[in-house]
Design a protein around this ligand. Sequence first.
Ligand code: NDP
Length: 283
Amino acid sequence: MTAKIIDGKAAAAELRQKLAERIAARGDKPYLAVVLVGDDPASLIYDRNKQKAALSMGMGCDIYHLPEQTTQAELLELVGKLNEDEKVNGLMVQMPLPAHIDPSAVIESIRPEKDVDGFGPYNAGLLHENDPRAMVAATPKGILYLLQKELPSLAGKHAVIIGRSKIVGRPLSSLLLNCDCTVTVAHSKTQNLPELTRQADILVAACGRPRMVKKDWVKEGATVIDVGINRIDGKLCGDVDFDEVKERAGLITPVPGGVGPMTVAMLLDNTYSAYLKQIDKLK
Ligand code: NDP
Protein backbone atom coordinates (compact mmCIF):
# COMPACT_ATOMS: atom_id res chain seq x y z
CA MET A 1 0.00 0.00 0.00
CA THR A 2 1.25 3.51 -0.78
CA ALA A 3 -0.37 6.32 1.15
CA LYS A 4 -2.26 9.21 -0.37
CA ILE A 5 -0.28 12.38 0.29
CA ILE A 6 -2.24 15.13 2.03
CA ASP A 7 -1.36 18.36 0.25
CA GLY A 8 -1.28 21.00 2.98
CA LYS A 9 0.12 23.60 0.61
CA ALA A 10 -2.88 23.32 -1.70
CA ALA A 11 -5.36 23.24 1.20
CA ALA A 12 -3.76 26.33 2.71
CA ALA A 13 -3.76 28.18 -0.62
CA GLU A 14 -7.46 27.37 -1.09
CA LEU A 15 -8.30 28.58 2.42
CA ARG A 16 -6.32 31.80 1.95
CA GLN A 17 -8.01 32.44 -1.38
CA LYS A 18 -11.46 32.05 0.20
CA LEU A 19 -10.51 34.39 3.03
CA ALA A 20 -9.11 36.96 0.58
CA GLU A 21 -12.36 36.86 -1.40
CA ARG A 22 -14.45 37.40 1.73
CA ILE A 23 -12.23 40.28 2.82
CA ALA A 24 -12.41 41.93 -0.62
CA ALA A 25 -16.18 41.41 -1.00
CA ARG A 26 -16.94 43.04 2.36
CA GLY A 27 -14.30 45.75 2.05
CA ASP A 28 -12.78 44.64 5.35
CA LYS A 29 -9.29 45.56 6.61
CA PRO A 30 -8.32 43.19 9.42
CA TYR A 31 -4.97 43.97 11.01
CA LEU A 32 -2.41 41.66 12.58
CA ALA A 33 0.45 42.92 14.79
CA VAL A 34 3.43 40.60 15.07
CA VAL A 35 5.97 41.35 17.80
CA LEU A 36 9.45 39.93 17.39
CA VAL A 37 12.25 40.32 19.93
CA GLY A 38 15.81 39.64 18.80
CA ASP A 39 17.25 38.34 15.55
CA ASP A 40 16.56 34.60 15.54
CA PRO A 41 16.83 33.85 11.79
CA ALA A 42 14.05 31.20 11.75
CA SER A 43 11.66 33.55 13.59
CA LEU A 44 12.46 36.35 11.14
CA ILE A 45 11.61 34.09 8.20
CA TYR A 46 8.37 32.87 9.85
CA ASP A 47 7.24 36.41 10.61
CA ARG A 48 8.06 37.75 7.16
CA ASN A 49 6.08 34.84 5.67
CA LYS A 50 3.09 35.68 7.85
CA GLN A 51 3.30 39.33 6.87
CA LYS A 52 3.61 38.51 3.17
CA ALA A 53 0.63 36.16 3.34
CA ALA A 54 -1.48 38.70 5.29
CA LEU A 55 -0.73 41.53 2.86
CA SER A 56 -1.44 39.32 -0.15
CA MET A 57 -4.90 38.66 1.28
CA GLY A 58 -5.76 42.32 1.75
CA MET A 59 -5.04 42.39 5.49
CA GLY A 60 -2.83 44.89 7.27
CA CYS A 61 0.20 43.51 9.10
CA ASP A 62 3.27 45.04 10.72
CA ILE A 63 6.21 43.38 12.41
CA TYR A 64 7.22 45.25 15.57
CA HIS A 65 10.86 44.23 15.68
CA LEU A 66 12.55 44.93 19.01
CA PRO A 67 16.26 44.45 19.86
CA GLU A 68 17.47 41.34 21.74
CA GLN A 69 18.23 43.39 24.90
CA THR A 70 14.63 44.65 25.21
CA THR A 71 13.49 44.24 28.83
CA GLN A 72 10.35 42.38 29.85
CA ALA A 73 8.84 45.67 31.07
CA GLU A 74 9.47 47.31 27.67
CA LEU A 75 7.90 44.37 25.86
CA LEU A 76 4.87 44.37 28.15
CA GLU A 77 4.49 48.11 27.54
CA LEU A 78 4.34 47.55 23.77
CA VAL A 79 1.85 44.68 24.18
CA GLY A 80 -0.24 46.97 26.40
CA LYS A 81 -0.28 49.67 23.69
CA LEU A 82 -1.23 47.18 20.98
CA ASN A 83 -3.96 45.78 23.26
CA GLU A 84 -5.44 49.28 23.49
CA ASP A 85 -5.03 50.13 19.81
CA GLU A 86 -8.41 49.68 18.09
CA LYS A 87 -6.73 49.17 14.71
CA VAL A 88 -5.13 45.95 16.00
CA ASN A 89 -7.44 42.94 15.69
CA GLY A 90 -4.87 40.18 16.14
CA LEU A 91 -1.73 40.35 18.25
CA MET A 92 0.99 37.74 18.55
CA VAL A 93 4.43 37.68 20.11
CA GLN A 94 6.87 35.40 18.32
CA MET A 95 8.36 32.59 20.42
CA PRO A 96 10.98 31.78 21.53
CA LEU A 97 11.73 34.95 23.48
CA PRO A 98 15.22 35.79 24.79
CA ALA A 99 15.97 33.91 28.04
CA HIS A 100 15.61 37.01 30.26
CA ILE A 101 11.90 37.34 29.37
CA ASP A 102 9.21 35.12 30.92
CA PRO A 103 7.08 33.88 28.00
CA SER A 104 4.06 33.11 30.22
CA ALA A 105 3.94 36.69 31.53
CA VAL A 106 3.97 38.00 27.96
CA ILE A 107 1.40 35.53 26.60
CA GLU A 108 -0.92 36.22 29.54
CA SER A 109 -0.71 39.96 28.89
CA ILE A 110 -2.31 39.67 25.43
CA ARG A 111 -6.04 40.42 25.48
CA PRO A 112 -7.92 37.14 24.91
CA GLU A 113 -9.96 38.62 22.03
CA LYS A 114 -6.70 39.55 20.21
CA ASP A 115 -4.83 36.34 21.13
CA VAL A 116 -4.79 34.90 17.59
CA ASP A 117 -2.13 32.34 18.56
CA GLY A 118 -4.59 31.00 21.14
CA PHE A 119 -1.74 30.36 23.57
CA GLY A 120 -3.19 32.39 26.48
CA PRO A 121 -4.84 30.62 29.45
CA TYR A 122 -8.29 32.05 28.67
CA ASN A 123 -8.48 30.61 25.17
CA ALA A 124 -6.75 27.38 26.21
CA GLY A 125 -9.38 27.01 28.96
CA LEU A 126 -12.28 27.60 26.57
CA LEU A 127 -10.87 24.98 24.21
CA HIS A 128 -10.45 22.54 27.09
CA GLU A 129 -14.14 23.05 27.93
CA ASN A 130 -15.22 22.59 24.29
CA ASP A 131 -16.52 26.16 24.21
CA PRO A 132 -16.90 27.39 20.60
CA ARG A 133 -15.69 30.88 21.58
CA ALA A 134 -12.13 29.55 21.95
CA MET A 135 -9.45 30.98 19.69
CA VAL A 136 -7.65 27.77 18.77
CA ALA A 137 -3.88 27.63 18.25
CA ALA A 138 -3.07 27.70 14.54
CA THR A 139 -1.11 24.45 14.16
CA PRO A 140 -3.66 22.12 15.83
CA LYS A 141 -6.48 23.99 14.08
CA GLY A 142 -4.74 23.40 10.74
CA ILE A 143 -4.29 19.71 11.55
CA LEU A 144 -7.99 19.33 12.37
CA TYR A 145 -8.88 21.11 9.12
CA LEU A 146 -6.81 18.62 7.11
CA LEU A 147 -8.25 15.62 9.00
CA GLN A 148 -11.83 16.80 8.48
CA LYS A 149 -11.16 17.42 4.81
CA GLU A 150 -9.75 13.93 4.29
CA LEU A 151 -11.74 11.70 6.63
CA PRO A 152 -15.52 11.27 6.50
CA SER A 153 -15.78 11.11 10.30
CA LEU A 154 -13.47 11.39 13.29
CA ALA A 155 -15.89 10.00 15.89
CA GLY A 156 -14.61 6.86 17.58
CA LYS A 157 -11.19 6.99 15.92
CA HIS A 158 -8.20 6.32 18.16
CA ALA A 159 -5.82 9.27 17.86
CA VAL A 160 -2.32 8.94 19.29
CA ILE A 161 -0.44 12.23 19.62
CA ILE A 162 3.30 12.14 20.29
CA GLY A 163 4.08 15.38 22.13
CA ARG A 164 2.31 17.36 24.87
CA SER A 165 3.48 20.93 24.24
CA LYS A 166 1.19 23.90 24.87
CA ILE A 167 1.28 24.87 21.20
CA VAL A 168 0.65 21.50 19.53
CA GLY A 169 0.02 18.33 21.56
CA ARG A 170 -2.19 19.65 24.35
CA PRO A 171 -4.55 21.82 22.27
CA LEU A 172 -4.75 19.10 19.61
CA SER A 173 -5.73 16.53 22.24
CA SER A 174 -8.65 18.76 23.31
CA LEU A 175 -9.69 19.42 19.71
CA LEU A 176 -9.75 15.72 18.83
CA LEU A 177 -11.51 14.79 22.06
CA ASN A 178 -14.11 17.45 21.23
CA CYS A 179 -14.57 15.63 17.89
CA ASP A 180 -15.28 12.36 19.76
CA CYS A 181 -11.93 10.73 19.07
CA THR A 182 -10.40 8.49 21.71
CA VAL A 183 -7.17 10.33 22.45
CA THR A 184 -3.85 9.06 23.78
CA VAL A 185 -1.11 11.63 24.40
CA ALA A 186 2.45 10.30 24.50
CA HIS A 187 5.58 12.11 25.66
CA SER A 188 9.22 11.51 26.49
CA LYS A 189 8.38 9.36 29.55
CA THR A 190 5.88 7.16 27.71
CA GLN A 191 6.79 3.48 27.76
CA ASN A 192 6.53 1.10 24.80
CA LEU A 193 5.67 3.94 22.41
CA PRO A 194 5.62 1.86 19.19
CA GLU A 195 3.11 -0.50 20.80
CA LEU A 196 0.82 2.48 21.41
CA THR A 197 1.30 4.08 18.02
CA ARG A 198 0.45 0.79 16.26
CA GLN A 199 -3.05 1.13 17.77
CA ALA A 200 -3.61 4.54 16.20
CA ASP A 201 -6.15 5.21 13.46
CA ILE A 202 -4.74 8.74 13.47
CA LEU A 203 -1.10 9.20 14.45
CA VAL A 204 0.26 12.70 15.01
CA ALA A 205 4.00 13.13 15.48
CA ALA A 206 4.89 16.43 17.21
CA CYS A 207 8.03 15.63 19.17
CA GLY A 208 10.84 17.37 17.26
CA ARG A 209 12.77 14.10 16.76
CA PRO A 210 13.85 13.71 13.12
CA ARG A 211 12.31 10.64 11.40
CA MET A 212 11.59 8.93 14.74
CA VAL A 213 8.34 7.28 13.63
CA LYS A 214 9.17 4.17 11.59
CA LYS A 215 7.07 1.92 9.37
CA ASP A 216 6.64 -0.74 12.05
CA TRP A 217 5.20 1.91 14.43
CA VAL A 218 2.21 2.42 12.14
CA LYS A 219 -1.01 0.46 11.64
CA GLU A 220 -1.80 -0.47 8.03
CA GLY A 221 -3.99 2.26 6.49
CA ALA A 222 -3.59 4.75 9.36
CA THR A 223 -3.63 8.52 8.86
CA VAL A 224 -0.23 9.96 9.76
CA ILE A 225 0.22 13.67 10.45
CA ASP A 226 3.80 14.88 10.70
CA VAL A 227 4.15 18.19 12.56
CA GLY A 228 7.92 18.06 13.01
CA ILE A 229 10.21 20.59 11.37
CA ASN A 230 13.81 19.41 11.63
CA ARG A 231 16.93 19.88 9.57
CA ILE A 232 19.38 17.14 8.69
CA ASP A 233 22.41 18.36 6.73
CA GLY A 234 20.45 21.51 5.91
CA LYS A 235 17.52 19.52 4.49
CA LEU A 236 14.05 19.75 6.05
CA CYS A 237 12.49 16.61 7.47
CA GLY A 238 9.68 15.73 9.83
CA ASP A 239 9.32 13.48 12.87
CA VAL A 240 8.15 10.65 10.62
CA ASP A 241 10.37 8.55 8.37
CA PHE A 242 8.28 9.53 5.36
CA ASP A 243 9.81 7.16 2.78
CA GLU A 244 9.20 4.12 4.99
CA VAL A 245 5.89 5.09 6.54
CA LYS A 246 4.17 6.05 3.29
CA GLU A 247 4.34 2.35 2.36
CA ARG A 248 2.07 1.44 5.28
CA ALA A 249 -0.10 4.51 6.02
CA GLY A 250 -3.36 5.26 4.21
CA LEU A 251 -2.88 9.04 4.32
CA ILE A 252 0.23 11.02 5.20
CA THR A 253 1.38 14.65 5.34
CA PRO A 254 4.79 15.47 3.84
CA VAL A 255 7.42 17.80 5.30
CA PRO A 256 7.60 20.39 3.85
CA GLY A 257 4.18 21.03 2.34
CA GLY A 258 1.93 19.41 4.96
CA VAL A 259 1.08 20.96 8.31
CA GLY A 260 3.45 23.96 8.00
CA PRO A 261 1.51 25.97 5.37
CA MET A 262 -1.75 25.37 7.28
CA THR A 263 -0.33 27.08 10.37
CA VAL A 264 0.05 30.44 8.60
CA ALA A 265 -3.37 30.13 6.94
CA MET A 266 -5.04 29.39 10.29
CA LEU A 267 -3.31 32.29 12.04
CA LEU A 268 -4.81 34.60 9.41
CA ASP A 269 -8.18 32.83 9.71
CA ASN A 270 -8.05 33.53 13.47
CA THR A 271 -7.17 37.18 12.76
CA TYR A 272 -10.17 37.54 10.47
CA SER A 273 -12.47 35.88 13.05
CA ALA A 274 -11.10 38.19 15.76
CA TYR A 275 -11.78 41.19 13.49
CA LEU A 276 -15.37 40.10 12.82
CA LYS A 277 -16.07 39.60 16.54
CA GLN A 278 -14.54 42.99 17.38
CA ILE A 279 -16.53 44.96 14.78
CA ASP A 280 -19.65 43.10 15.85
CA LYS A 281 -19.09 44.34 19.42
CA LEU A 282 -18.77 47.96 18.20
CA LYS A 283 -22.17 47.82 16.45
P1 NDP B 1 8.35 20.81 22.21
O1 NDP B 1 9.81 20.58 22.28
O2 NDP B 1 7.74 21.92 22.98
O3 NDP B 1 7.61 19.46 22.67
C1 NDP B 1 8.01 18.22 22.21
C2 NDP B 1 7.15 17.15 22.83
O4 NDP B 1 7.59 15.89 22.33
C3 NDP B 1 7.25 17.09 24.34
O5 NDP B 1 5.98 16.87 24.90
C4 NDP B 1 8.19 15.91 24.59
O6 NDP B 1 7.93 15.21 25.78
C5 NDP B 1 7.87 15.02 23.42
N1 NDP B 1 8.99 14.16 23.08
C6 NDP B 1 10.28 14.52 22.86
N2 NDP B 1 11.02 13.45 22.57
C7 NDP B 1 10.21 12.37 22.63
C8 NDP B 1 10.39 10.99 22.44
N3 NDP B 1 11.58 10.48 22.16
N4 NDP B 1 9.31 10.18 22.57
C9 NDP B 1 8.10 10.68 22.86
N5 NDP B 1 7.86 12.00 23.06
C10 NDP B 1 8.90 12.82 22.94
O7 NDP B 1 8.01 20.90 20.68
P2 NDP B 1 6.78 21.61 19.90
O8 NDP B 1 5.50 20.98 20.29
O9 NDP B 1 6.93 23.06 19.95
O10 NDP B 1 7.15 21.15 18.41
C11 NDP B 1 7.24 19.81 18.03
C12 NDP B 1 7.74 19.74 16.60
O11 NDP B 1 6.80 20.38 15.75
C13 NDP B 1 9.07 20.47 16.35
O12 NDP B 1 9.78 19.78 15.35
C14 NDP B 1 8.62 21.83 15.84
O13 NDP B 1 9.60 22.45 15.03
C15 NDP B 1 7.41 21.45 15.05
N6 NDP B 1 6.41 22.52 14.91
C16 NDP B 1 5.88 22.67 13.67
C17 NDP B 1 4.90 23.60 13.45
C18 NDP B 1 4.31 23.72 12.09
O14 NDP B 1 3.70 24.70 11.79
N7 NDP B 1 4.48 22.70 11.25
C19 NDP B 1 4.43 24.49 14.53
C20 NDP B 1 4.99 24.17 15.82
C21 NDP B 1 5.97 23.22 15.98
P3 NDP B 1 8.10 15.89 27.26
O15 NDP B 1 6.90 16.76 27.42
O16 NDP B 1 8.10 14.74 28.18
O17 NDP B 1 9.37 16.66 27.22
